[in-house]
Design a protein. Sequence first.
Length: 207
Amino acid sequence: MDLPWPSSSVGVLRNGGDSQHRRRVLYSLRQIADSPHRGADRLMRANSALNVAQNLTQTAGNSLGGFLYRFSGAGGMFLMNGISYLFSGFLSLFLKVRNPPENKKAGSEPLSFWKDLKSGIGYTAKFTGLKDLILMAFILNFFASGSFLLLQPLFLSTPGFGIQRYGIAAGAISAGNLMGMLFTSVFRIPSGKQMTLFLAAAAATRS
């Protein structure tokens, strides 16, 4: 029995909550890892550790999701997902987040969301390379999102494939993202070859 509307509603609620939660996690990361003496170094390592952990969990989840669905069904996966959220919420009780320093300047007011957004857009508009990079990311993600959405029905409708192999393919995509992130972090790419490598990687991704 197909349940498009309940599934869509759950997806909208989940992604809406995830967008708020993820934004607060990234904001509190500086308060957790910052240090008066080694702030930049600690923040860089904390950000790298967070990205590696997210990619590893996504890779493992996509790879094992198909097999777990076969043995436990949708109900069992929803139950395990809920338990994992409760467990992560329990662990967050032990985090110590310092309050950001107050701005004591006369007449200063905290930035609202729209003022902060306007300030960020104005800052980004000053850098031509950054604007081109964001535009390229928009274009690639626009076409990539459609291909990823068609990947699951392709596996389900192709004989000999199935949800298990779809999980392996999704895990391979996440593993490729992790390898690319580690490659760019470890190896220094010359400035003259960065665009060539970027276009080659983009062409390989779309092929």
